[in-house]
Design a protein. Structure first.
Length: 183
């Protein structure tokens, strides 16, 4: 149960609120005489470290045959906690569109609900390629927004479009899976 992949996912869960707090409290750096950019660097560093654990926990779980029910639950939860902490923090400091974040949150809640129903019906629910691309696009957008790099807003809206697309793909897949299950 407490194997390396699950520990890495748990680490992501722990880093999410720390990163969120850093985004919302830049005075921890500026009150100590540091430039505000150090706040962005540190929040970005935590985000990148946590994001890297997302790749490695899945890779290790598959390669070392350490996939567990706990991992199947906490891995997507950790991803959502990390990305939503970053998006909400960025929105609260005025660096991300509230509409973009709203669309992303609604999609995440809706698909999580669908996945819960599917699992309760015994239907296998694995992340699609569109879902993986959606996660990567969100992480890239977050990185650009955290660092205040050019094109962060454009990348955020690209991530929103991919988020909506992957959500529609999941809905279509669930509709087909439920129809097969009813036969």
């Amino acid at each position: 149960m407490f194997n390396l992949p699950n520990i890495l996912a748990s680490l992501r869960i722990l880093l999410a609120p720390v990163m969120f707090w850093i985004i919302l409290n830049p005075e921890i750096f500026t009150d100590n005489g540091w430039h505000i950019t150090w706040n962005y660097y540190f929040a970005s560093l935590l985000f990148v470290l946590a994001s890297v654990t997302d790749f490695f926990d899945g890779y290790i779980a598959r390669e070392w045959d350490q996939m567990t029910l706990l991992g199947a639950v906490i891995d997507p939860l950790a991803d959502k906690m990390l990305t939503l902490a970053a998006f909400l923090g960025l929105m609260m400091i005025g660096e991300a569109s509230a509409w973009a974040i709203y669309i992303i949150i609604v999609r995440e809640l809706f698909i999580t609900g669908l996945r819960t129903v599917a699992v309760s019906e015994g239907i296998s629910v694995k992340a699609s390629w569109a879902g993986k691309i959606k996660t990567v696009s969100q992480m890239i957008a977050i990185g650009f927004l955290l660092m205040h790099w050019p094109f962060g807003d454009i990348l955020l809206w690209i991530a929103v479009a991919l988020t909506v697309y992957s959500g529609l793909e999941y809905i279509w897949g669930f509709k087909n899976a439920f129809a097969r299950d009813q036969k």
